[in-house]
Design a protein around this ligand. Structure first.
Ligand SMILES: Cc1cc2nc3c(=O)[nH]c(=O)nc-3n(C[C@H](O)[C@H](O)[C@H](O)COP(=O)(O)OP(=O)(O)OC[C@H]3O[C@@H](n4cnc5c(N)ncnc54)[C@H](O)[C@@H]3O)c2cc1C
Length: 486
């Protein structure tokens, strides 16, 4: 055992040095009490049960850990297995005086952390947790009746914005003295097995730069390009009109506080701040998702609105498969699902359209969509994914009413009017004229022939009739309506 006492900074969804309250406090304690600081990461996703990290997100984590380790000059201790065992082993190997971490909010993480706090505190170790990945703690925001908000606008406008301002970001602490004790057993990043054996991630590699520096560069890029047109462009999938910070926010490569203040600062002195307000309210939706998950921890598996439990899903495996692989014959849906598969990302507008199509036109359970997104999205995040899927399905808090069924053709024509996005991900439709790009099945055969498209061979016929499936969905939702009125 190393003779010097140690303070562990346990990294989880806060893979950064800047604005990291647990790390800052661990460094301060180490300096005052002459302790050794142990930066630690434990791969413990077995504890997440059915909601374990998906493939794309594991790819991100691998690279984000590489970046964190480099930023720590190699002084990142990696372990795998259940957190309690890994931490207990360390308390036997080292004279651990304190364990600090930043809070996580998934139900299994809250249960685990509560147990760990009690356990290690009872052994005389100073255990402290900090707020680092949310702007407002979910338990601080309550409505006038003292209960949880269920609607976004009052939650955000009255609950959050009128309460205290988010904490200002902190600088990175000085870690120049940080050195892991000699001979400490540890895993390499490769040994964590986060990368798949088949390298399907090649395109992702070209488009994304996981890690704190990549996140910071993307934030700067957003502020220098899309931020001042956000409200106008954020719905156009062929344009990079949004910040694309979601995977970084998920893994805490930067904090929402850093984003909040950096974007606000960029708008200082400008009169027209509608783009700023809209962007900040999207961060507000992220907060709301965590808020819902905290106050209603059953929502990953059950409907937020229990009346939806009576809904009869069709769950046809061949329809689900066509949706997953981008072969439904509806161009905007296929483009979205292929974007997801190829890049690990999908534009928010398209996420809403493919979600509505799966749940309403195909009548597949939203949980199947959530699971597919969880496996394929680089930004897969239990809170945001579940809240968004329930929103799309109509079963969630402040959800789109069940009778609002996106028409994918009209959505395509409105938000991808030239078909640029569709043509990028469905290149077989590249020569189809604008008039038919979102509904090739309506094109006369000579036009399709000129475009080199033979429906059923080069590109599928639609797997459902949009009008009929919409009506079938509305009929199916009548059951929910009847249950609600009973
Ligand atoms: C069916 C469905 C599933 C989704 N699953 C996820 C998910 O697993 N992980 C995830 O981070 N987002 C999810 N979203 C929300 C949203 O699509 C993404 O956050 C957004 O597209 C990320 O791109 P961006 O960073 O460019 O967003 P920007 O428009 O630049 O927004 C800035 C940040 O605000 C947050 N944000 C934006 N919109 C939302 C929203 N509707 N709900 C919660 N947070 C939001 C994100 O953290 C985002 O990075 C989902 C949306 C739908 C409709």
């Amino acid at each position: 055992m190393s003779s010097k006492g140690a303070v562990i900074c346990w990294f989880r969804r806060d893979l950064r040095l800047r604005d990291n309250p647990a790390l800052t406090r661990a460094c301060a304690l180490a300096s005052v009490e002459n302790l050794r600081i142990i930066p630690l990461f434990i791969l413990d996703d077995g504890d997440a049960g059915d909601f374990a990290t998906g493939g794309a997100s594991r790819w991100w984590l691998h690279h984000s850990l590489v970046s964190l380790r480099d930023n720590l000059n190699g002084q990142l201790l990696l372990r795998s297995g259940a957190a309690k065992q890994a931490l207990s082993a360390l308390t036997e190997e080292l004279d651990v005086r304190a364990i600090f971490w930043n809070r996580c909010y998934e139900p299994w993480q809250i249960a685990r952390d509560t147990e760990l706090k009690t356990h290690f505190k009872s052994s005389g170790i100073d255990v402290q947790s900090f707020q680092a990945s949310l702007l407002w703690e979910p338990w601080d925001i309550k409505n006038k009746q003292g209960s949880a908000y269920k609607v976004f606008t009052p939650y955000y406008r009255k609950g959050c914005l009128l309460s205290k301002q988010p904490r200002l970001p902190k600088a990175a602490p000085d870690l120049s003295d940080c050195a892991l004790p000699e001979g400490l057993k540890q895993n390499t990043i490769d040994e964590l097995g986060l990368l798949p054996s088949i390298p399907w991630y090649e395109q992702m590699q070209n488009e994304w730069q996981p890690g704190e520096q990549g996140a910071s560069d993307r934030l700067t890029q957003y502020i220098e390009s899309a931020a001042f047109a956000y409200r106008d462009q954020r719905n156009i999938p062929s344009v990079v009109g949004t910040s694309r910070l979601s995977p970084s926010l998920h893994y805490g490569e930067l904090s929402p506080n850093q984003v909040w203040y950096a974007v606000k600062h960029a708008f200082e002195g400008r009169e027209d701040d509608k783009h700023l307000d809209t962007y900040l309210s999207e961060l507000g939706w992220r907060e709301f998702s965590y808020y819902l998950l905290y106050h209603f921890p059953h929502i990953p598996s059950d409907s937020f609105n229990a009346k939806f439990d009576v809904f009869k899903w069709e769950n046809a495996p061949e329809k689900l498969r066509a949706w997953q692989t981008g072969n439904t014959g509806i161009p905007i849906i296929d483009a979205g699902m292929r974007e997801l598969w190829q890049t690990g990302y999908m534009h928010n507008r398209v996420r809403m359209v493919v979600g509505s199509f799966l749940v309403k036109n195909l009548r597949c359970d939203w949980r199947l969509g959530e699971a597919w997104f969880r496996d394929c999205l680089l930004d897969a995040d239990l809170a945001a994914n579940v809240a968004s899927w329930q929103w799309v399905a109509g079963s969630g808090a402040d959800a789109a009413p069940y009778f609002r069924i996106f028409n994918p053709v009209l959505q395509g024509e409105k938000f991808d009017s030239d078909g640029e996005y569709v043509k990028k991900y469905c290149p077989e439709l590249a020569e189809v004229p604008k008039k038919f790009i979102h509904k090739p099945w309506e094109a006369p055969s000579d036009i399709l022939k000129d475009a080199g498209v033979w429906l059923g061979t080069d590109y599928p016929h639609p797997i459902v009739d949009l009008k009929e499936s919409r009506e079938a969905a509305l009929d199916a939702y009548e059951v929910v309506k009847a249950a609600s009125n009973a």
